[in-house]
Design a protein around this ligand. Sequence first.
Ligand code: PLP
Length: 241
Amino acid sequence: MFLNDAIEAYKFAKSMGAEEFGIHAMMGSNVLDPDYFLRIAELLREHAEIIEDKVGIDIRYFDMGGGFGIPYKPEERPLDLSRLSDLRNFFPGELWVEPGRFIVANAGYLLTRVTEVKRKGGKTYVGVDVGMNVLIRPMLYGAYHHIIKCGESEGFETVDVVGPICENTDKLAINRELPRVREGDLLVILNAGAYVYSMSSNYNGRPRPAEVVVLGSEYGISRFREPLDLLTMWQVVPEFI
Ligand SMILES: Cc1ncc(COP(=O)(O)O)c(C=O)c1O
């Protein structure tokens, strides 16, 4: 049914004078299995052949979209890109891809300071100064972000890492084994370069943190910490009030 809709869309584009054609798929999200991409490529090529035949056009661009995964958990293995090298000559036209996470995720680290450690009902909660307004992925879809503690520690403890927002979903990690932490310790949340700042919000009246670029031994601010005024600067009282 979707293929029939696509055929109609290509026919319409042709009737409107379009001269160049491509086909695009968004393959998936955070996929680490190379065979998955090979299957999608076959599907895309098959669909393109059917469309070319039914519409009488040549498809020149084959865009596989994004979805190339990265290991978030220590036990996960990286996507073996060498297994995909045959794709370069697989399509009868140009191969395009739109990798997002694969390029930027591991370039970003989210730093947060421990504001308190609370032991209650047999559980340990590590409170930190970053909340779900900055890192929504764990609570939005159960995503895992590895967390490292800076400095020495004695022993490990299984904890929930929780933010400062008054919501019971303000959790960055649940039942996570971490080196023992104390108030003031610095934690580093890994793979925060993709879908973290871009999915952040000012929820709960919280300005977003600053961003710093580090290159070798040099570093500098690349985005300022949001000022509190920002939260109200576009607010007005309508004239009728
Ligand atoms: C059309 C399209 N292309 C590329 C991407 C990037 O995906 P990823 O970061 O999984 O590579 C997305 C993400 O949603 C997308 O919607």
